[in-house]
Each structure stands twice: as C-alpha cells, then as structure tokens.
Design a protein around this ligand. Structure first.
Ligand code: PEP
Ligand code: MN
Length: 270
C-alpha cells in the first residue's frame, strides 16, 4: 500500500460508539469480552462480569478469522443475534468483526462498531464497504503493516465516507517466539500524538499470554492509548478460541484496577 501523504487525514479525533466516546482525552474505554461468541450462556456470563467491573463496550467474534480451517469458525449470524440480545439486556454497545464484504451489512445492522481484523487491514473492497455502512470502524493493524500502511487504510475508509475510525495496535509478527506477536508500544504514541487518531491497545493478541495482558494494557495507556480491547472468558481453559490469552472473568476486576490506576497517572478522567 502506498505511503500516506501527510496532512490528509480528516477523520474524527474522537469517535462515539453507543454513547461512549473514544479518544481526545476522554476516559479510557475498556472493550471486553470473549474472543468468540460460543453460546448465549457463555456470552451472557462474560458480558455480565465485564460490565460489572467497568467495561463500557462488549467485544466478541461471530465470524472468526482462524489460522486453521479445523478450528472453531464462530457461530456466524446466530452469534450476532446473541451479542445484540445480551447487549440490549445490559444497555451496552458491541464491537464485532466483519471478515468479508457480504458480512458487512448483517454486522452493521446488529453491531455498534465494525471491527476490521488484522488479516484484512488492506482488503480494499472490505474497507470500502464497511466505510459506506455508516458505522464507526475499529481498524486492527495488519500483522506486518507499517504505521504508514495503517494510515493509508484509514485514508481509504475516509475516501469512502467513513470518518469515525479507531485504530487498534494488536502486535506485529516478529522473530520473537516467547509471545504470539510483538506489541508495538511506540506506534501507539505515534498514532495518537503524531497523527491524532484515536487508538486502542489489544494486549491479548499483542502477547498471546494472559499473564502479560495486564502489564501491556497498562503500558499501552502510558503510551497514550485511548482504550483497551481485551479478551475475557468465564473459563479460558475451555474456550473454543484464544483461551491462553484470555483473562478469566474472575480476574477481570483486578485488571480494571490496574487500568484505572494508570488512567489516573496519565491524567485521564474516570
Ligand atoms: C480478534 O480480535 O479476535 C482477532 C481475531 O484479532 P486480530 O484480527 O487482531 O487477529
Ligand atoms: Mn481472539
């Protein structure tokens, strides 16, 4: 993807999703939930726990991009319905991924924000379609994408009428084997400080390890992140997707305490 021309980003510095404002000095937005929606019971339990501890938006995958075709592929349209029903029960918005052009309309109908996954950051037709849906977009950085390539993807969304974009730093693929990805903390400051884009940190995919999620969430906030996208499961050991990097629901209040402490330290309102 071509390098971005400076000064051509006109997207919003703060994005509103279901009554929550992300960016421009607003409170740190914690978007939490399981990697994948597995059943009504699982999603409802996760949602109750994270809301009670202070999450302001729910995440969860209905259409799942999996590396192996033998892994759980998500509940599809039924997963979207489950998320919407639980979100309405609890009065909180939802963020979920559209992986293909034909998934954009169903996702836009039921979700409050459309996630574009790392594997699709440079999928032009998908970005264009999502931009035209009118929903805010959570754009995950591609596994090997540079900062300029992310900015070019934001420009493509902008050119198609999407002006509400939040970037997500979720780690790059590197030579380091002890973590799933290498979380690029400096990129968080670059997006936020240099390019004035709202950005959230994803310490779950950024590390692949539940024991590193809290320190990396805190580091991301220290670097200027406007929010945290984090995977939480009632029983990570039984999760159908990304269990090793998911916080146990019972551990989530402690995670929120650390997030709040760092938010105070960097002067964000609570
Ligand atoms: C996810 O958020 O569950 C996900 C699949 O993320 P990524 O696209 O960053 O791998
Ligand atoms: Mn995941």
């Amino acid at each position: 993807m071509a390098a971005v021309r400076r000064g051509t980003l006109t997207v919003a510095r703060a994005v509103e999703v279901a009554g929550v404002t992300i960016g421009a000095g607003h409170p740190i937005a914690v978007i939490a939930g399981p990697c994948a929606v597995e059943s009504m019971e699982q999603f409802r339990e996760a949602a109750h726990s994270v809301k009670e501890a202070g999450a302001v938006l729910f995440r969860g995958g209905a259409f799942k991009p999996r590396t192996s075709p033998y892994s759980f592929q998500g509940l599809g349209a039924r997963g979207l319905e489950i998320m919407r029903e639980v979100a309405d029960e609890l009065g909180i918005g939802i963020v979920t991924e559209a992986m293909a052009v034909d998934q954009v309309d169903p996702v836009a109908r039921l979700a409050d924000m459309i996630q574009i996954g790392a594997r699709n950051m440079d999928n032009g037709p998908l970005l264009e379609h999502a931009a035209r849906s009118g929903r805010p977009i959570l754009l995950k950085r591609g596994m090997t994408a540079t900062v300029d390539e992310v900015l070019a993807a934001v420009q493509l969304i902008q050119r198609n009428g999407g002006h509400e974009v939040v970037v997500c730093e979720r780690g790059s693929r590197t030579f380091e084997p002890s973590t799933r990805n290498s979380l690029d903390i400096v990129a968080i400051a670059a997006f936020q400080l240099l390019h004035h884009l709202p950005i959230v940190v994803d310490p779950s995919h950024g590390t692949g390890r539940a024991d590193l999620v809290t320190p990396m969430a805190v580091a991301g906030i220290a670097a200027g992140a406007d929010g945290v996208l984090v995977e939480v499961h009632p029983q990570p050991e039984a999760a159908l997707s990304d269990g090793p990097q998911s916080l146990k629901a019972s551990e989530f209040p402690r995670f929120m305490e650390a997030v709040r402490a760092m938010s105070v330290a960097v002067g964000r309102p609570s």
